[in-house]
Design a protein around this ligand. Structure first.
Ligand code: NAP
Length: 283
């Protein structure tokens, strides 16, 4: 029976530490770290995520503001808002909430964010530095949170077989690069991978970020593996991960639940990045 990696507890500890740091920072500088979130349209899940980011900022003693834009805004209006936030010295972190409505190009909007305020770590400069192993200013929050969860097990990553299922820019690719940096042997799977089960079975460390409930069954999990389930899938009135928890928990040594695993870490890392951005702005 696997040990549960409790993301909620780990994230709460990080957030408490950050709240103390924010308090000292404000005392020292008189500056309140501020995160500006840009939210376009009416996607209900995005509205929930953005509200929880605002609340988390407040609890950590930071300012969290949201710019709510109508779904039919034009690309140049969105880009112009980002440019305005870049120039605003009271704003330390900028996050464009994804997904954007279909007619908008997320890459074009992300490219506008100043790398110094790119607390989601998705600007090409920060992603390029991550690829080069060259200390990016910011690491994408979910990927960073996943690494913290893996490190919390105390299991050495060096030399382990790591399999990442999913190749998104926000999770799959950055987490694969971070595991590679820690000297794991990394395989990335995606929708055209032949025989997913056979590849997944090799994983000492498995990260599933697919968006397909229960796609990873316990019979695909290696005995003693670390299993990180990123998937958040609404099934009826419940949230389910990409990993079939009941069958996987009997094989894994460590496993994250959904909810209460990766999700809380994403926000903790966003707060951490916002404080780093505020500190860097005072240098
Ligand atoms: P995404 O952009 O939704 O893409 C899904 C990935 O899964 C793609 O790379 C896709 O392959 C791959 N895939 C689809 N079907 C597959 C299959 N049958 N076998 C193997 N791979 C398959 O990915 P994402 O943004 O990382 O999101 C994935 C999940 O994580 C979602 O449920 C999302 O809600 C959740 N998520 C949670 C958090 C959090 O903080 N908890 C943060 C981000 C995402 P192709 O590239 O070939 O299409």
């Amino acid at each position: 029976m696997a040990q549960i990696i409790n993301g909620k507890v780990i994230a709460t500890k990080i957030r408490e530490g950050l709240a103390d740091e924010v308090e000292s920072f404000i005392k020292e500088t008189g500056v309140s770290p501020k995160l500006s979130v840009v939210l376009v349209g009416d996607d209900p899940a995005s509205h929930v995520y953005v509200r929880s980011k605002e609340n988390a900022c407040q609890k950590a003693g930071m300012i969290g503001e949201t710019h709510r834009l109508s779904a039919n805004i034009k690309q140049n209006e969105l880009n112009e808002l980002v440019r305005r936030l870049n120039k605003d010295r009271s704003v330390h972190g900028i996050l464009v909430q994804l997904p954007l409505p279909k007619h908008l190009d997320p890459i074009a909007a992300l490219n506008e964010i100043s790398p110094e305020k790119d607390v989601d770590g998705l600007h090409p400069l920060n992603m390029g530095k991550l690829l080069r192993g060259d200390d990016p200013l910011f690491i994408p929050c979910t990927a960073h949170g996943i690494m913290e969860l893996i490190l919390s097990t105390g299991v050495e990553i060096k030399g382990k077989e790591a399999v990442v299922v999913g190749r998104s820019n926000i999770v799959g690719k950055p987490v694969a690069l971070l595991l590679l940096q820690q000297h794991a042997t990394v395989t990335i799977c995606h929708s055209r991978t032949k025989d997913l089960g056979e590849v997944v079975k090799r994983a000492d460390i498995l990260v599933a970020s697919v968006g397909s409930p229960g796609i990873i069954h316990g019979n695909m999990v290696k005995n003693g593996a670390i299993v990180i389930d990123v998937g958040v899938n609404r099934v009826g009135d419940k949230l389910q991960g990409d990993v079939d928890f009941d069958s996987a928990k009997d094989k894994a040594a460590y496993i994250t639940p959904v909810p209460g695993g990766v999700g809380p870490m994403t926000i903790a890392m966003l707060l951490k990045n916002t404080l780093i951005a505020a500190k860097n702005a005072q240098k």
